[in-house]
Design a protein around this ligand. Structure first.
Ligand code: UD1
Length: 420
């Protein structure tokens, strides 16, 4: 197993190119199941989660090539509609094939994802919405068995909670349903918006794109055809590099970003004393003279993203004063706290709120990655800590960060990828 060895404290500089957004690429790849012609997608990040979904597509009978971030995928010959446990257990987002497979083929079986390191993460809202669209859903041998022999029927659906992949699943299902589907309390994340835009370009009429109420006019099972498109930049990867610059008091420029997708993140960086300037698709972080404490409460887009909570906790260890970080989306997304404490951070955890006192001079240690974003927080802390920090179990990082150690090395970090 590989681990990252970081010698700090680091000073970074220069520029880094941000990859395509994994969380936009996954639903858009799933959306290609609505199409029976080849689809070309550019700027697809080469990360483990994308490879996992491709493994699933291979089992379904898709043909594809994936070279230099361009995916050409042909789902004409799909002869299997089962997403098996071995794949779904490694990546929960595999659930994204449920809506499109059911909509196009009238039946599918998708393994229930089961537990997760950051919380319970049920899929009840996905299933309830599909039932409202006429699907019959049974749970058999750990699988969701969904059938809709006559196709799905448009419906009026109100999501009890804002769910990102839940919204995406139902948007894809509605695209091929019979009649009109009204969705209320839909997620507004940029990844959901891109999914709607790509479907709209493919001829599906969608009203209200970018808002929390959508009206989707289904094609009544007629497959849709996609023009080639490019995945939006990864706002979470971008936010992580902004934090890397901030925590090391460095000036770093990000290329290939959408600054407007990062408003909540840059607002907090300003509160912490940094300055972020944007020009076109580039953003530069100018470090604070002295990092100041800040408070964070995670929420749905356009609020502060839960996927940036851990990285900002690493930053708060270096900020002067008391920072309060409240996690409102997932019940157990504080696994990084005890690892940051191993580096010397002063964090008091009560319920879903962490209180930090800073700044603390972190000291390098061995730490263990527990989930994707928690892992990146440990890398950030390692950049600020003095001495050697070894971050173990980095397969979590590989799921969502393309060439993280190479990108950081190019920025000047002393970081090596080694084998245990
Ligand atoms: C997506 C992102 C993930 C991000 C999260 C929140 C992808 C592939 N993953 O995950 O990186 O952290 O959004 O921004 O895009 N819930 C239910 N029932 C459901 C569905 C969700 O109760 O059927 C709850 C969840 O437990 C959680 C909240 O709703 O408390 C939000 O979860 P959701 O938006 O669905 O997260 P994901 O789509 O899994």
């Amino acid at each position: 197993m590989d681990y990252l060895s970081i010698t700090g404290p680091s000073r970074l500089g220069g520029s880094v190119t941000i990859s395509g957004a994994k969380n936009a690429a996954l639903p858009l790849m799933a959306a290609t199941l609505l199409c029976d012609k080849p689809v070309t997608i550019d700027n697809v990040p080469d990360v483990a989660d994308i490879r996992t979904l491709l493994k699933l597509f291979k089992k379904l009978g898709s043909r594809f090539t994936f070279d230099d971030h361009t995916l050409v995928i042909d789902n004409e010959a799909i002869d299997n509609t089962t997403a098996t446990y071995d794949i779904v257990k490694t990546m929960r987002a595999s659930i994204l094939v449920l809506g499109p497979l059911l909509a196009r083929f009238g039946r599918c079986e998708v393994s229930l994802p089961g537990g997760c390191a950051i919380g319970q993460r049920p899929i009840d809202l996905h299933l309830k919405a599909l039932e409202q669209m006429g699907a019959v859903i049974e749970i058999k041998n750990g699988y969701v068995v969904a059938t809709a022999p006559e196709g799905l029927q448009g419906a009026h659906i109100i999501f009890d909670k804002v769910t990102v992949t839940g919204s995406e699943n139902i948007i894809m299902a509605a695209a091929l349903a019979r009649g009109k589907t009204q969705l209320i309390n839909v997620a507004k994340e940029p990844e959901v918006v891109q999914l709607c835009e790509v479907l709209a370009n493919a001829g599906v009429t969608i009203e209200g794109i970018g808002s929390d109420e959508l009206v989707i006019h289904g094609t009544d099972r007629a497959p849709v055809c996609f023009e080639p498109f490019s995945i939006i930049p990864d706002r979470i990867e971008a936010g992580t590099y902004l934090c890397a610059a901030a925590i090391t008091y460095s000036t770093v420029t990000l290329e290939n970003v959408r600054p407007d997708h990062l408003d909540a993140v840059t607002a907090k960086l300003h509160e912490a004393g940094c300055r972020v300037s944007a020009e076109g698709s580039a953003m530069t972080l100018h470090p604070a003279a002295r990092l100041r404490s800040f408070d964070i409460s995670t929420t749905e887009y356009p609020g502060f993203p839960t996927d940036m909570q851990a990285q900002f906790m690493a930053l708060a260890t270096q900020a002067e004063g008391v920072s309060i970080i409240e996690e409102r989306l997932f019940e157990n997304r504080f696994m990084h706290v005890s690892e940051l404490q191993r580096l010397g951070a002063s964090i008091h955890l009560k319920g879903n709120t962490a209180t930090l006192n800073g700044p603390i001079q972190l000291l390098g240690a061995d730490v263990m990655a527990t989930d994707l974003r928690a892992s990146s927080a440990l890398v950030l802390a390692g950049l600020a800590a003095s001495g050697v920090t070894n971050v173990h179990r980095i397969y979590h990082l590989d799921r969502g960060y393309e060439k993280l150690h190479e990108k950081l090395k190019n920025l000047g970090a002393k970081i090596e990828r080694l084998s245990e």
